[in-house]
Design a protein around this ligand. Structure first.
Ligand SMILES: Nc1ncnc2c1ncn2[C@@H]1O[C@H](COP(=O)(O)OP(=O)(O)OP(=O)(O)O)[C@@H](O)[C@H]1O
Length: 625
């Protein structure tokens, strides 16, 4: 269709020739014009060729058969173009709307950020104000505390002054009273001496009269008694029947008295062996009628616990793993011996005090279904010549038990020491002999457990009777930690959790505390650690609100450590060298300069090298001693 409007045709250069259709020439080119004139002419020239071509086309169209169609097509084209224009307009409108939405979104985002920033600023300001208020409050508190302290200090000072004044007054008063008293006594003595001196003759006369009277009374009584006995004897001698009757009566009376005495003592011994508890036995799990009458509640509770299932022999006893293994074997063997009615083996337990010897022995008896009896070696010597009878009585009593008795002798070295020793008395020697006689054979009724801190003092015959020797050492680091946990739980956590008593515990890491305290308590025995638990409990009860804090635990532990070290220092040289060398070597030295109380829990423990050097130094010192 381009031909219709002629825009696709190549443009004809303007020519001077007349057009083919005979029309007018476009313009007559002026000839011989200067350049400037030509330029001026160019400005007014109009190219009419396009119009001409359009007119030509219109004419051709008029003549053409398809003129109408062409017009329709051009109309359609125009409409299409208009629709395209409309679509574009819509697109532009949509783009405008889109840009408006985008603008709104950006605005909203801006506003949100601004709001956020404002909130943040507000928060920061609030926090800062809060911080300021806190600081101000703390300062006020501090100020208040200071003033309180100052008041307290002044009050204390004034009380101390008053106290000093009061004491001085009392002392002065007492001094005066003492002086007055002395003066009174002196005056009294003087007056008495003067009176005595003046009444000397009268007093002497009185004494003489009294003595004469006494003499006369005694002489008269002797005369009367003599005459009565003489008359009686005279009558008896002269009458033979009376003499015989009197002799028979006296003999019968003597026989009656002696036989009654013998029968009573036999019956008493029999009853004592079955009902009572021998004097040498301090503690026993065995039922005794006398004990039941004396302590009924204790006896009932013991009887109830005896009916319970046998307990673990090592329950609640914390020992080194090796020792635990050995003791477990012994417990199993003892239980089987009892069940099979075999012969018991005698044990020796030795080691420093408070390491669980007695505790384990009791548990062993309970675990094996036996009864136990505890005696102390130190009780034998004071009994003197009665010790032999007491030992026999104890063995008789033990032999009457059907369950079997674990006879635990604490401090056994006190009476089972070497017979050749000069320090042993005759009575003690006799007691030892009696003991040796009663233990000469293996027994299926009595299991002997000797405990001693110095087993090297035993008589060789005693050593011969021992089947197993077990050393109870001081607890190591791990055992100490277990012990501390055990007693912290027993004495603090359990009563606190029951809530019956007035005891609370602060929130802190108990486990970490136990670990740290174990490091500090080197050289302390199980007994010392159990006392630590009791001390914590007591401190909590003593506090105002019944609350136990971490710092209280640490302070109490430090005190105990300090006391323990002091006790170790007090041990005599002999004791140190004889019994405690292996255990003392493990103990860190006591440094009097450092106040353990001030030390904090965060202190680093000694290094291995330091410990070794200290150990060596101590060894050398002990050797020198
Ligand atoms: N190994 C341990 N495990 C748990 N508790 C222990 C241990 N050792 C000691 N104790 C605590 O210490 C207390 C005293 O212990 P025990 O009487 O058994 O010591 P011991 O070795 O017989 O001392 P001693 O030679 O002075 O008689 C026990 O009742 C227990 O509370």
């Amino acid at each position: 269709m381009s031909w219709l409007f002629g825009y696709s045709r190549p443009q004809q250069p303007p020519s001077d020739e007349p057009p083919a259709n005979g029309g007018e020439p476009a313009a007559a080119a002026p000839v011989n014009l200067s350049k400037a004139e030509k330029k001026a002419m160019e400005a007014y020239r109009f190219d009419s060729s396009a119009l001409e071509r359009a007119a030509q086309a219109a004419r051709e169209l008029e003549r053409s058969r398809h003129a109408k169609d062409a017009l329709e097509i051009s109309k359609l084209q125009e409409m299409t173009r208009q629709q395209e224009q409309m679509a574009k307009i819509k697109e532009y409108e949509a783009a405008i709307e889109q840009s408006k939405v985008e603008q709104k979104r950006v605005d909203y985002e801006e506003r949100r950020k601004t709001l956020q920033e404002e909130t943040k600023q507000h928060q920061m300001r609030a926090q800062y104000q809060d911080q300021l208020a806190k600081t101000r409050y703390e300062e006020q508190l501090l100020q208040h505390q200071k003033s309180q302290d100052e008041i307290l200090r002044k009050q204390e000072e004034s009380v101390a002054k008053q106290e000093a004044l009061r004491r001085a007054t009392i002392e002065h008063e007492m001094e005066l009273r003492e002086k007055n008293k002395l003066k009174a006594i002196e005056a009294e003595a003087r007056a008495k001496a003067k009176a005595d001196r003046e009444n000397r003759d009268i007093t002497l006369e009185q004494i003489k009269l009294k003595a004469a009277e006494n003499r006369t009374t005694i002489l008269e009584s002797i005369q009367t008694a003599g005459s009565v006995i003489g008359t009686g004897l005279n009558a008896l001698v002269t009458d033979w029947d009376k003499t015989l009757a009197a002799a028979g009566g006296l003999s019968l009376l003597a026989l009656g008295v002696y036989s009654a005495k013998g029968a009573t003592s036999v019956a008493a011994r029999f009853l004592e062996a079955r009902i009572g508890k021998p004097t040498l036995v301090n503690e026993t799990s065995r039922f005794s009628l006398l004990e039941a009458v004396k302590h009924p509640i204790l006896t009932i509770s013991r009887a109830v616990s005896n009916f319970k299932k046998p307990t673990d022999a090592l329950g609640g006893v914390v020992l080194a793993p090796n020792l635990e293994r050995r003791l477990r074997d012994i417990a199993i063997a003892t239980k089987n011996t009892r069940m099979n009615k075999g012969f018991y083996r005698n044990l020796l337990m030795y080691g420093p005090p408070g390491t669980g010897k007695t505790l384990f022995s009791k548990k062993l008896a309970k675990h094996s279904g036996m009864e136990y009896a505890i005696m102390t070696g130190g009780d034998v010597a004071p009994m003197g010549k009665h010790a032999v009878a007491a030992i026999h009585k104890m063995f008789d009593w033990a032999n009457t038990s059907r369950k079997g008795v674990l006879l635990f002798i604490d401090e056994a070295d006190a009476f089972l020491r070497k017979r050749s020793s000069e320090h042993i008395s005759e009575d003690l020697r006799a007691a030892l002999n009696a003991f040796l006689y009663r233990t000469s054979d293996q027994s299926s009724r009595i299991m002997l457990v000797l405990a001693s801190n110095t087993p090297q003092q035993f008589d060789s015959a005693i050593n011969d009777r021992l089947d197993k020797m077990i050393e109870f050492g001081l607890p190591g680091l791990e055992e100490r930690e277990r012990l501390i946990r055990l007693y912290f739980d027993k004495f603090v956590l359990q009563p606190a959790s029951q809530g019956k008593r007035r005891l609370n515990v602060d929130q802190f890491d108990y486990s970490l505390l136990c670990t740290k305290l174990a490091e500090r308590t080197a050289g302390m025995s199980g007994r010392a650690l159990s006392k630590l638990g009791v001390a914590w409990q007591a401190a909590a009860y003593a506090s105002d609100d019944g609350r136990l804090t971490e710092q209280m635990c640490i302070d109490i532990c430090d005190d105990a450590v300090q006391d323990h070290r002091q006790k170790m220092e007090w041990l005599s040289v002999e004791e140190k060298s004889r019994t405690m060398i292996p255990y003392l070597l493990d103990l860190p030295p006591l440094d009097k300069e450092t106040d353990v109380k001030k030390a904090t829990i965060t202190e680093l423990p000694e290094t291995k090298e330091e410990r070794k050097t200290k150990k060596k130094t101590k060894e050398v010192e002990l050797e020198k001693l």
